[in-house]
Design a protein around this ligand. Structure first.
Ligand code: NCD
Ligand code: ZN
Length: 374
């Protein structure tokens, strides 16, 4: 047994489903699952019902998170077609602006160039306005007044978003990159000084299209599992992958059994053991994990430090991931049956033990909402 103490991980891409889809997950169950996975802060996506696209809807979601969360939570606002720019007055309270440009779960997809152009322009204008306002101290550290525009942009939509970001000088974060062509394009954009960062999910690092038939709907998500060559490209280009984030997207097994199952898989509990297994196998260094699950998410989104917050993990403990072992309300994992190393023994958040390796000890509402103090 070798217990290693890590800082609390940040999962910069989760769907905690509240409001509107609480049969799949809610702020309590989703953040409890996060703690069990050694994650002490999550950034929640806006594709709920209603979507997080106006100040009132943001306030409603923030109140739900504040009442129920057991780890810290940041909330994205989302670009939608019927509430154009309505989120701008509370842009500073969001961790970023999410735009769904490619096929996804929910109704937030936007492919119209005029709209995309507008969303980048107005986000950039808002950031400039806040940066020039000297009457209150900036909320974020240190490089940007607002969080990035985070895009789900596959294939031809990726260069569109790279260019809009470049033209308006708005930081772009490309979520769940999967293809060789995409990661190589992002590499080139970084070399050219574009303000771009990117993330890759554990399922796109550890599963491929070769697993799709075996997994069926349990292996169906957007972007879909990619070819073994695409997966190899993620590993070859690890140096330009800024963040590992799970895209924790819980759907129930009953929904996954439907004729047209919703895309998405849970992941917030399994990321750390999967990554630690890669360390055990010599494919990653521990430092590779900390850079992408703590330091870079904190820098890219301007997140505050979490004092006295850490995760004790037995990196030698070997066990099999199982549906029964998951705290997510969805109650399953696409990695069921897989043998992993790395058991979370204890999670401490701001000096209090919030998870003891078996049970959640934190009270609902003890997690903090990020960016709310303006
Ligand atoms: C996500 C979901 O279920 O909300 N699904 C998915 O397959 N990734 C949506 C998304 O992240 O695009
Ligand atoms: Zn997502």
């Amino acid at each position: 047994m070798t217990t290693v103490r890590l800082p609390g991980l940040i999962d910069a891409h989760v769907h905690l489903r509240e409001p509107g889809y609480t049969h799949k997950e809610d702020f309590y169950t989703g953040t409890a699952a996060a703690l069990a996975g050694g994650v002490t802060a999550v950034l929640d996506m806006p594709n709920t019902i209603p979507p997080t696209d106006t100040p009132a809807r943001f306030a409603e979601k923030a109140a739900l998170a504040a009442a129920k969360a057991v780890c810290d939570v940041g909330l994205f606002v989302g670009a939608t077609t019927d509430q154009l720019d309505a989120y701008l007055p509370i842009a500073q309270r969001a961790c970023g602006l999410k735009i769904y440009v490619s096929e996804t779960f929910g109704s937030l997809r936007i492919e119209d160039l005029g709209l995309l152009h507008r969303f980048f322009r107005t986000w950039g204008e808002k950031a400039a306005e806040i940066a020039s306002d000297t009457t209150h101290s900036p909320l974020r550290t240190p490089h940007s007044a607002l969080g990035p525009v985070a895009v789900h942009a596959e294939e031809l939509m990726l260069p569109v978003c790279l260019n809009l970001s470049h033209l308006y000088g708005v930081p772009l974060h490309v979520v769940h990159v999967t293809r060789r062509s995409e990661i190589e394009l992002i590499r080139r954009a970084k070399e050219q000084g574009y303000p771009v960062t990117c993330e890759v999910t554990p399922h796109h690092l550890f599963l491929s299209s070769d697993d799709a038939a075996r997994l069926g709907a349990r292996g169906d998500m957007r972007p879909k599992l990619a070819s073994p060559d695409d997966v190899a490209a993620m590993w070859e280009n690890l140096a330009i992958v800024d963040i590992f984030a799970t895209d924790h997207a819980p759907h129930t097994l009953a929904e996954k059994a439907q004729a047209t199952p919703p895309p998405g898989v849970p992941g917030v509990e399994t990321m750390l053991p999967l990554l630690l297994t890669a360390v055990h196998d010599g494919r990653l260094e521990l430092d590779d994990i900390l850079r992408r699950c703590v330091e870079n998410p904190r820098r890219i989104y301007g997140l505050p430090a979490q004092p006295d917050t850490f995760v004790d993990v037995d990196v030698d403990a070997r066990y099999e991931l199982s549906d029964a072992g998951q705290l997510t309300k969805a109650g399953w994992t696409p990695f069921a049956g897989q043998s992993v190393y790395g058991k979370v023994e204890k999670v401490t958040l701001r000096g209090r033990t919030v998870y003891d390796g078996h049970r959640i000890l934190a009270e609902p509402g003890s997690g903090q909402l990020l960016f709310q103090s303006v």
